[in-house]
Ligand binder design. Structure first.
Ligand SMILES: [Zn+2]
Length: 332
């Protein structure tokens, strides 16, 4: 964003005040995109430091705010020296207002509400002075650069690239379609991955009250997607049986994504991994069907009955959909 560009002017007109103490200006009462939190926290949640907006070089210091902007080190000086910031008179003062030149020497001088007297304040002053020793003044123009892009210019594309490069937005691996199971089973797995299954707690979040929100299997824990499909005692027994039936080691998952991507960790041939993927999808589907049967039809299937159902369903679907899987029921 250009400093004097249209967007910059719009943001300044809406959010900037002479007393603004945020690196990115934001008016708290403004009901806009940033309402209810500040963008800096948003960046932190994304594990990204907005301090990537660094000044490129050291200029006339007329536009950089000494305490508020990040220009020396990786955090604003107000965060590094909170004791001093509390007693500084002009919190938005520019760097150029904080020193006098004595030949090549810079003499730092701040306007205080009261003289720093406590031990901690003196220590902060000393540290601040030693930090400032590295500063050299040139006559170049002030400028900012966006360190996430080599050209220094901010762009939505560079933010997207930056976020993509950090693992926090890659928590969902692409959903793989498996054509050995019906579309409804694939779609169910996909919706589970997106946490879009209508469990009781999901309904409650949308203000749909269904009475009790506990899991119908164990009647103990709230029915969330992860609990119902992975953690519940009954579900866990189903998974262990399925793992042992597929000749896999004991199966432990922490999320639906673990279930959906488990096949890719197997060092086995393509057909076998696809088969495991299909069976795991059918397992999710059958657990959900058993849950619905229990709630709507009062049928309380045991974990062995659910496992049997998974074996039958997966056999019917896989054999009928895969031309090469000519296998009889006894070998299944
Ligand atoms: Zn449960």
């Amino acid at each position: 964003m250009e400093e004097n560009g249209s967007w910059s002017n719009v943001i300044k007109a809406i959010h900037w005040t002479p007393r603004a103490c945020m690196p990115v200006p934001k008016k708290n009462g403004f009901p806009g995109t940033w309402a209810g939190g500040d963008c800096k926290n948003g960046f932190h949640q994304l594990q990204y430091q907005p301090e990537s907006f660094h000044p490129r070089c050291c200029w006339e210091w007329k536009r950089i705010r000494f305490w508020v902007d990040t220009w020396l080190g990786t955090v604003p000086l107000k965060c590094r020296f909170p004791g001093l910031f509390a007693i500084i008179r002009h919190k938005g003062s520019k760097v150029a207002d904080c020193f006098n030149r004595n030949g090549d020497l810079l003499v730092w001088d701040w306007s205080w509400i009261r003289t720093p007297t406590s031990n901690s304040e003196r220590i902060e002053i000393q540290e601040c002075h030693s930090l400032l020793r590295s500063i050299r003044i040139t006559d170049m123009e002030d400028s900012w650069f966006w360190s996430a892009d080599t050209n220094g210019l901010f762009s939505v594309r560079s933010v997207r690239r930056l976020l993509k490069s950090q693992s926090m937005v890659n928590y969902l691996s692409p959903y793989e379609w498996n054509n050995w199971v019906p579309i409804k089973v694939n779609v169910f797995g996909w919706k589970a991955q997106l946490q879009r299954i209508v469990t009781k707690t999901a309904l409650l979040r949308r203000n749909v009250h269904t009475g009790c929100t506990v899991c119908p299997f164990c009647l103990d824990i709230d029915e969330t997607i992860n609990h119902l499909l992975i953690y519940c005692l009954k579900t866990d027994m189903v998974w262990q049986h399925i793992a042992s039936w597929c000749k896999l080691p004991p199966f432990f998952a922490f999320s639906i994504n673990d279930v959906l991507s488990y096949h890719s960790s197997l060092a086995q041939d393509k057909r076998r991994t696809k088969l495991v993927q299909a069976i795991f999808r059918v397992t999710l589907w059958c657990i959900w069907r058993a849950r619905n049967d229990m709630i709507f039809n009062g049928v309380n299937a045991s974990h062995t009955q659910i496992v049997e159902n998974i074996k039958i369903q997966s056999y019917i679907w896989v054999v009928s959909r895969s031309k090469k899987n000519v296998i009889d029921w006894n070998s299944w």
